[in-house]
Design a binder for this molecule. Structure first.
Ligand SMILES: C[S@@+](CC[C@H](N)C(=O)[O-])C[C@H]1O[C@@H](n2cnc3c(N)ncnc32)[C@H](O)[C@@H]1O
Length: 313
């Protein structure tokens, strides 16, 4: 991951910002409790700039409490008592790939996901597999799950594929990536608390999961046959180059674009489109719309798109 972030002015300078508030004004907690660490508007603005620069994530003003509580854990771990000191340390870190940068990014991402989330997409994927299965090619079907979080999404893809091909050795490869290395590690292990799988059918649970016993009681693990189908890789969608080569028959990019502004979304779609196979599908999240990318992709179903080709009118 490459990042270049200039060090901002010192915090606590008392400079009036564009909104006319004092930069060193302490942000009161939403709940009214006293905060453990000194956290000012200036600190929040620095966090906004840093996470936007390195991950493309746009944090609105309503995220102040979230930022405080997530980063307070980093301050506690590093025994730092002021946010400004933590941010100084982060910004002055010569090696932008340092562990603390990664911890900062991991702390700032939101990883909400679930198995078979937005289930209509998996029906569409099955239809797509049936269509491309009849193509005369020995190439495997290739799928990229580009914000895979804790793994529920790529494992759902793998379950759908195994069910479709009726084998644990389908002609399919799945790459699952995320910027957050902690969730990737969780996904790689494939161990979930039972409540995370309780909405799955009994049949799927029996076929695709091993129930933990003894000290693993209350957990289950994805079977190796499913895990083998997926390669997990850290990829920052903001990076100029991704370590991937198309063509992909499907790219899942769901519920991540909502964290980006329109220009970031556009530049990511612009990079994804050439990676799609001619009939490849781009799957987006339920609240993501791409009218501003109408010259790149066109809707072909509920939050499913195809790349526009020169021959499309
Ligand atoms: C809300 S989760 C969505 C998970 C899954 N795609 C789904 O729809 O259930 C968003 C994921 O996007 C990841 N993410 C955020 N910014 C990213 C970036 N710049 N590059 C890659 N992944 C990113 C987060 O780490 C998080 O795991």
């Amino acid at each position: 991951m490459s990042m270049s972030i200039a060090k901002g002015p010192d915090s606590g300078s008392g400079v009036r910002n564009q909104r006319g508030t004092m930069d060193d004004e302490v942000i009161p907690p939403f709940t009214g409790n006293v905060r453990e660490y000194h956290f000012t508007k200036k600190d929040f603005e620095r966090v906004q700039k840093l996470i936007y620069a390195c991950a493309g994530i746009s944090l609105g003003q309503s995220k102040q409490d979230m930022v405080y509580s997530r980063l307070a854990r980093r301050l506690r771990a590093l025994k730092i008592t002021r946010f400004s000191d933590y941010l100084d340390r982060l910004e002055s870190s010569a090696d932008s790939d340092s562990d603390e940068w990664q911890s900062f990014i991991n702390a700032m991402t939101t990883n909400l996901t679930s198995f078979f989330r937005e289930p209509h997409h998996f029906t569409i994927l099955r239809e797509h597999l049936a269509r491309i299965g009849s193509r005369h090619s020995s190439d495997p079907v290739r799928i990229w799950c580009s914000a895979s979080s804790t793994g529920e999404e790529p494992y759902t893809l793998a379950m759908t594929i195994v069910e479709h091909f009726k084998t644990f050795n389908p002609p399919v490869t799945i790459v699952a990536s995320d910027i957050d290395t902690q969730v990737l590690e969780f996904a790689r292990r494939g161990v979930y608390p039972m409540e995370r799988v309780e909405q799955l059918s009994r049949e799927r649970l029996q076929k695709f999961f091993l129930r933990g016993t003894g000290r693993n009681e209350g957990f289950c693990r994805v079977v190796d046959g499913l895990r083998r189908l997926i390669t997990f890789e850290p990829i920052n969608l903001l990076d100029a180059h991704w370590p991937l080569q198309g063509p992909y028959d499907a790219i899942f990019c769901r519920n991540v674009m909502i964290y980006f502004d329109k220009s970031t979304q556009l530049s990511i779609i612009r990079k994804m489109v050439p990676l799609l196979a001619a009939d490849g599908l781009f799957f987006a999240g339920h609240s993501e719309s791409f009218f501003h990318a109408a010259d790149l992709i066109r809707p072909v179903g509920r939050t499913v798109y195809r790349a526009l080709r020169p021959t499309d009118s």
